[in-house]
Design a protein around this ligand. Sequence first.
Ligand code: ADP
Length: 246
Amino acid sequence: MSALLEVDSVSVSFDGFKAINNLSFNIGAVELRAVIGPNGAGKTTFMDIVTGKTKPDAGRVLWGEDSRSLLKMNEAQIARAGVGRKFQRPTVFEDQSVSANLTMALKANRGPFGVLFWRPSATSAARVAELAEEVGLSEQIDRKAGELSHGQKQWLEIGMLLAQEPRLLLVDEPAAGMTLAEREQTTTLLRRLAETRAVVVVEHDMDFVRRLECKVTVLHQGSVLAEGSLDHVTRNPDVIEVYLGR
Ligand code: ADP
């Protein structure tokens, strides 16, 4: 199986400090992956590279069946190519209904710095309903986003990202601040989304990662320290040292 995204021997320095050091990472077109690692491991910088926010000093980032270089594209082009990113903090329009938020997402293309560009293609109420259903918000479709719980806002934002039909979703700490029930629903949602696309979950919370039951990539000092099932990587002495040592 060929990879949807291939990050090959990538390095990035900030003022001489190697935030990403010869990092290689592949994900298939239909796959759920958790990326974990201590603070400063390079997780955010890794996502910045994939979305085009940060350009590496060395290495390759290849995308799709024809292995196009993402390094030649800007953030807007990468988003249009099918890379969606969910930041930790939800950025929904609080005074608008769930359906209005989803409608806006369907009409808009997100450009660099999150700027929205209107897209002429028509949106359908059916598609809005479908998106709401996909993220478990059918019953909330007429409610104002500001009235939703924290977890529901996060799901709404995922729905808004789905409107762009990403082939790869990068999700930053999706379960942070959620109730137990919301975390369980988020696990189910992410696992279902990964049945038809690639989903990378960057996460600190090991309990949540365990629930995802997926392959795990451990980053440390800008490189991949270990990769495999959670049980496999947590038995790795280097991983134990990084998490529990010192
Ligand atoms: P993580 O998300 O895993 O906590 P980051 O990718 O944010 O890690 O950071 C990796 C390392 O790179 C850290 O040591 C951080 O201080 C450094 N770093 C990240 N961005 C910058 C920047 N813009 N300028 C200088 N150093 C940075």
